[in-house]
Design a protein around this ligand. Structure first.
Ligand SMILES: C[S@@+](CC[C@H](N)C(=O)[O-])C[C@H]1O[C@@H](n2cnc3c(N)ncnc32)[C@H](O)[C@@H]1O
Length: 278
């Protein structure tokens, strides 16, 4: 039975009329993350308990209270029912992610992108993930390809889970985590591929990603949230930045998910090659 129908049948007579109940939730390990209409704020415990009955994998239920903020992208959730220990293990495509989804973001909408990246790897590459968090993109690559991966994360809490996840997935021999600002600690002229999985002024990090690429060039996956009409101007900016660093670029763009009204989350797959003197 669908979640909305389940809620209506189970507790509908105790909820206010004409207020829309949620149609679904995100599940990360044993934690369900819900967004509720403000008119349902007095009924959170009731809804939380019903949600645990709906899906027996769920042992904790949290509701979104505030927007995700800051450079560390800290989400705003409040526990409304169940176990207060929200550190969990989420399994996706054979990869285990240990994290606390009430304190760190784990986007359900990025799953197709997480699955796509390992399929783009050619042989054994050196891959740099400049915004690693708990390893959302880079663990799939380390686990499914023969690549060497360097993952940088600025938030100590996310970094601790990243280190644990490298061990949990048995990829210590090919994946290394670094704690700090990716602008200051990226390798230089070593990477075949760089992932810029961040949505706020990501273009400012492109010069560092290009510096990390090998001298014969490579690929950068630059994520950005923007209106569709802005794609050509971002493309021009990418070309201008790359030319200043002696690189030609070609790129294709893929929509990852809807972000907010009028704004989509895109990934620019950029192929950079050195400009050869005639
Ligand atoms: C929203 S998360 C995205 C994680 C993952 N790349 C994804 O797309 O699912 C962005 C992460 O980048 C980290 N971050 C932000 N600025 C950073 C910087 N200058 N250097 C390294 N990590 C940074 C944040 O702490 C956060 O964990």
């Amino acid at each position: 039975m669908r979640y909305r129908k389940f809620l209506r049948e189970k507790i509908g007579n105790r909820l206010p009329d004409r207020v829309s109940v949620p149609s679904g939730f995100q599940i990360v390990g044993h934690v369900a993350l819900l967004e509720l209409h403000e008119k349902l704020s007095k009924f959170t415990q009731l809804i939380g308990e019903a949600t645990m009955e709906f899906d027996h994998r769920i042992r904790s239920v949290a509701v979104k209270t505030d927007p995700t903020i800051g450079i560390m992208r800290k989400p705003g959730y409040r526990l409304i029912a169940g176990d207060s220990n929200t550190v969990t293990e989420h399994i996706e495509g054979g990869v285990v992610f240990r994290l606390d989804p009430l304190r760190l973001t784990f986007s359900g909408g990025n799953v197709a992108e997480r699955m796509r990246l390992p399929n783009m790897i050619k042989g054994d590459e050196m891959v740099l993930d400049m915004f690693a968090c708990v390893g959302q993109f880079s663990l799939h690559i380390a686990k499914k390809t023969r690549s060497r991966v360097v993952a940088i994360e600025i938030n100590p809490e996310a970094y601790r889970f990243l280190v644990e996840n490298i061990k949990l997935n048995g990829v210590e021999d090919r994946m290394q985590a670094l704690l700090g600002d990716c602008r200051e600690m990226h390798p230089v002229n070593e990477a075949n591929r760089v992932i810029l999985g961040y949505l706020h002024n990501t273009i400012e990090y492109l010069p560092y990603a290009l510096k990390a690429l090998r001298e014969d060039g490579g690929y950068v996956h630059l994520h950005a949230a923007l209106p569709k009409r802005d794609i050509p101007s971002v493309g021009n900016t990418i070309n201008t930045i790359a030319m200043k660093q002696g690189l030609n670029t070609e790129f294709s763009v893929r929509e990852v998910k809807h972000y907010s009204p009028g704004i989509e989350h895109y990934v620019f797959d950029i192929h950079a090659t050195p400009i050869r003197a005639c």
